[in-house]
Design a protein around this ligand. Structure first.
Ligand code: AMP
Length: 249
């Protein structure tokens, strides 16, 4: 069974995000970029399924600019066997990515498609669900445990106050939640090995997909600045301030 995993290049989660001065978008110039953390979890899960003998091949896919190749090399250093970059400088929205992935699903016929539950840059949480709809496949979003046997995946997902366990027939789309696994540390020998693994570069047109944006971003704002706190000497002053200044009691 093949597993297809989607990996997105995003602003590193340690970076304090800044908004461009014209409020049109997040500033990505000279900012450290990394693999979306949930996608690292998705790749790790695919590698574990291969190690268990459930999967035979793992294909990592990224859509975006040329530098996404670095993200794909990381995916191959974790354990993906080959990579596909769908290269474009166009701003990619979830629907466009879902259409590109659908075209690749048709071509590669994977038994399982794993995505991150959401990209930490746009926080959309849409691509996996849209892909499942476009490809007419069963889906389980927010997976915290995945077991594959007899052409079925048994997937647990954390819900309010408990866990829900679902069974889906394969092929299916699964999106990875934080507690699915802890991705392994990428070792230097594996980084070296990854350099020799095959990477195919396609254009959206090669897959017959129009990726032009359907949604227009009107404005991006930073969160309001928090004013500094003050220390009060005693409870009486605190209560007085809450009454007269904050006016909350
Ligand atoms: P989103 O719907 O944007 O929150 O993204 C959810 C998941 O879709 C991500 O965790 C990735 O697995 C996948 N994805 C989104 N955008 C891309 C992209 N440009 N390239 C590859 N995978 C993507």
């Amino acid at each position: 069974m093949k597993i297809l995993v989607a990996v997105k290049r995003v602003v590193d989660y340690n970076v304090k995000v800044r908004v461009k001065s014209d409020n049109t978008a997040v500033d990505t110039a000279n900012v450290k970029m990394s693999m979306n953390p949930f996608d690292e979890i998705a790749i790790e899960e695919a590698v574990r399924l291969k190690e268990k003998g459930v999967a035979t091949e793992i294909i990592a896919v990224s859509c975006g600019v040329t530098q996404c190749q670095e993200t794909l090399r990381t995916a191959m250093a974790i354990g993906a066997d080959r990579a596909i970059l769908v290269e474009t400088t166009e701003e990619l929205q979830p629907l466009a990515v879902a259409k590109l992935l659908k075209a690749l699903v048709d071509r590669e016929q994977p038994g399982l498609i794993i995505l991150g539950k959401q990209a930490i840059d746009d926080d959309c949480n849409q691509t996996g669900q849209m892909l499942a709809a476009l490809a007419d496949l069963p889906q389980v979003a927010f997976a915290s445990k995945v077991e594959v046997a007899d052409g079925k995946a048994t997937v647990s997902r954390e819900i309010d106050g408990g866990t829900e366990t679902l069974s889906v027939t394969l092929p299916a789309v699964v999106t990875a939640d934080l507690r699915l696994n802890e991705p392994r540390y990428v070792t230097l020998p594996n980084i070296m090995k990854a350099k020799k693994k095959p990477m195919e570069v396609l254009k959206p047109e090669d897959l017959g997909v129009d990726v032009s944006p359907r949604i227009k971003t009107l404005k991006v704002n930073e969160p309001p600045k928090r004013s500094a706190g003050v220390k009060v000497p005693d409870v009486a002053t605190l209560v007085a301030k809450l009454k007269t200044e904050a006016k909350v009691i």
